[in-house]
Design a protein around this ligand. Structure first.
Ligand code: FE2
Length: 171
């Protein structure tokens, strides 16, 4: 049976209703993995975007619980700065290509206008089929050197979530 967007949304909704905490997010990670391994799902929802266009498309947003399912399609050389997802969590699911992800550790907590300072802690690849949970406050930065397609589930639509001020520590 192919896995569909509406089935994924239903699975996420029932998981969050039963368990809105970190254990529920781990279960959602497994649902995202299932979608990533479903060729028809990937072909239906992740398509090349016009060059220079917005890599992000919100495929589904839940009116009641606020979570959303997005398709991200990146051109080569998409490099992000260290960031968190504010008050939200996100699950990053790699469908095609590779994301080289760096996790960062806080060395000095920010305050007001002062940014939080971070140093790199771990670098690893997200490969096709991998889904990784970035829980609330977790700081990371992606580097994508080849065309890459992702399915991303966010606890709240990150288009509307304020991010923390974060800067790489320069000794
Ligand atoms: Fe992120």
């Amino acid at each position: 049976m192919p896995y569909t967007l509406s089935q994924l949304a239903t699975d996420i909704r029932s998981t969050l209703e039963a368990n809105p905490g970190p254990a529920g997010r781990e279960k959602i990670r497994a649902h995202v993995s299932r979608a990533l391994k479903d060729e028809a799902f990937v072909a239906a929802h992740l398509k090349d975007r016009p060059a220079g266009g917005n890599p992000r498309e919100v495929l589904y947003e839940d009116d009641t619980l606020g979570f959303c399912i997005c398709g991200h399609v990146y051109e080569p050389n998409a490099v992000g700065n260290p960031h968190d997802h504010g008050t939200s969590w996100a699950i990053c699911g790699q469908a095609t290509g590779i994301t080289e992800m760096t996790d960062w550790k806080v060395v000095e907590k920010g305050d007001g206008d002062k940014p939080t300072l971070v140093v790199p802690e771990r670098v690893y690849d997200l490969k096709p089929g991998d889904a990784h949970l970035y829980d609330i406050g977790f700081i990371h930065s992606p580097r994508r050197m080849m065309p890459s397609m992702l399915i991303r589930v966010e606890g709240a639509n990150l288009d509307h979530v304020k991010r923390s001020r974060i800067k790489a520590f320069q000794p």
